[in-house]
Write a protein that binds this ligand. Structure first.
Ligand SMILES: [Zn+2]
Length: 159
């Protein structure tokens, strides 16, 4: 009998190609896990609608579940409720910082430019930073410059 905990452990091997240090579990993409008999159904909530990585991640997740020995593994996508950055786990936030990303501030329900500008440098923890671009390499990241240690860094937006 495969447990929900075993399923979540297996899903730790699947990563969002845009943020490869974080697993889909740490990003908070797993909305629901159902296991019955020898079949599992997992619901995932992608960070962005229409992201081309979604199908890749969905299949990788099914492969991981099948490798546990399940007879049937189904991963479906749900947008209700939508994902927001508050769902990133503590472990996920720690890894983001290690990777040179400022973790997102708490999401309050709307995209807040003041909050985006008020980024803390992940390298030296200084608040003396400047927003260089509200839209980094992907929609969910902004680019900043630290006046203290003179390094550029990216922040994962609260959204
Ligand atoms: Zn700095």
């Amino acid at each position: 009998m495969i447990t929900e905990a075993q399923i979540l452990t297996a899903l730790q091997n699947v990563h969002d190609p845009e943020i490869p240090t974080l697993s889909v579990v740490e990003l908070g993409l797993i909305a629901e896990v159902q296991v019955r008999d020898n079949a599992a159904h997992v619901k995932m909530t992608p960070t962005f609608a229409g992201c081309p990585a979604v199908e890749v991640m969905r299949r990788a997740m099914e492969d991981e579940l099948l490798s546990l020995g399940l007879g049937e593994a189904r991963v479906t996508v749900t947008y209700d409720p939508p994902w927001n950055s508050n769902r990133i786990t503590e472990e996920g936030r720690r890894k983001l910082k290690e990777f040179g990303f400022a973790p997102p501030a708490p999401y309050t329900g709307e995209l807040n430019l003041i909050q985006i500008m008020d980024a803390r440098c992940p390298f030296c923890n200084s608040h003396d930073t400047a927003l260089e671009s509200a839209f980094g390499p992907t929609l969910c990241r902004s680019i900043h410059y630290c006046n203290q240690c003179r390094q550029s860094f990216e922040q994962f937006k609260a959204l």
